[in-house]
Design a protein around this ligand. Structure first.
Ligand SMILES: C[S@@+](CC[C@H](N)C(=O)[O-])C[C@H]1O[C@@H](n2cnc3c(N)ncnc32)[C@H](O)[C@@H]1O
Length: 286
């Protein structure tokens, strides 16, 4: 996908006035966070919100290595693994994957060239200090500029709501994963395709009305992953650890716009949920 084919809403929202420049997202991460263990019965701070966003990455990255291995084996697996983030934004999650999780090579890919310029600036020190451990690359979820089987793991945090063609993303994720590699996606999707849900979402949330976010039911996503040949596809709801905290943050930060406050309402009305979706590429012959 060339830069000319970036959907116009994505081009605009992540252009010069990138979402990360609004106070609700200040700090570099552009996601709603995972608020487990953060007390919500008090005024929240920007540090709480950034912590929640780091936790969303930790929850995602932890699932790239199979559960059950002891700490030494997990660390060894990570220290030999090449992983890809799809829709990396400013790349703070890529930095966390290198510094905290110890993945050998982390590639942050984003469709928007201006996001990648910001990512390179923001991570300049890490890029210089750890040559070869971190790189950023322009590319679309639906057409990835990588060789077949190149990555041990592919992950994505709060970017899949923008993907137009889930089948194309699933096919590309399956293609660039090595046999036995894992895919982990954290994102929001409607839980089902009940009649009228897409229209109700569009009336509640500008991001769906404008076409920035696409209302693909989670079953369409997991189905596309299975159709692409990935195995063990499972979607775990984490909405109860995302939306109440995010809404509380917006309330205490004095944010009154309907765009984000209505996410909690949509969750409570069963129109939207937040998921961690995990899948594996089939192991090779022999
Ligand atoms: C909400 S931001 C999330 C950024 C980052 N993952 C985080 O949590 O801070 C979504 C990102 O996905 C990127 N994006 C949107 N559509 C994409 C696509 N089709 N392929 C790759 N990246 C895409 C956007 O440019 C944006 O940087």
């Amino acid at each position: 996908m060339t830069s000319e084919s970036i959907p116009p809403t994505v081009r605009e929202v992540y252009g010069p006035a990138d979402l990360s420049s609004i106070p609700a997202f200040a700090g570099g991460f552009i996601n709603f966070g995972h608020w487990d263990g953060i007390a919500l019965d008090r005024p929240l701070t920007e540090a709480d919100r950034v912590h929640s966003q780091q936790q969303l990455y930790r929850h995602t990255l932890a699932a790239l290595t199979p559960p059950g291995a002891d700490a030494a084996r997990t660390a060894a697996a990570r220290s030999g693994a090449r992983v890809l983030e799809v829709g990396c934004g400013l790349g703070p999650g890529c930095a966390l994957a290198v510094e905290e999780f110890g993945f050998a090579e982390v590639t942050g890919m984003d469709i928007h060239p201006q996001q990648l310029e910001r990512a390179a600036r923001r991570n300049r020190a890490l890029l210089a200090a750890r040559p070869g451990r971190l790189r950023f690359r322009e590319g679309a979820a639906e057409r990835m500029p990588f060789a077949d089987g190149w990555f041990d793991g592919v992950y994505s945090v709060e970017a899949a709501q923008h993907f137009r063609d889930l089948g194309a993303f699933a096919g590309e994720a399956a293609r660039v994963l090595r046999p036995g590699g894992r895919l982990v996606v954290a994102c929001f999707f409607p839980p089902d395709d009940r009649p009228g849900a897409a229209g109700r979402l569009a009336r509640m949330l500008d991001s769906f009305a404008s076409g920035l976010d696409v209302a693909h039911p989670v079953g369409a996503f997991t189905g596309a992953l299975g159709d692409a040949g990935l195995r063990g596809v499972r979607a775990e709801s984490i909405g109860d650890r995302v939306w109440p905290g995010w809404d509380r943050w917006l309330a205490t930060a004095g944010y009154t716009g309907t765009w984000s406050r209505n996410f909690l309402t949509a969750y409570r009305e069963g129109l939207l949920d937040y998921y961690r979706v995990i899948a594996e590429a089939p192991a090779g012959e022999g």
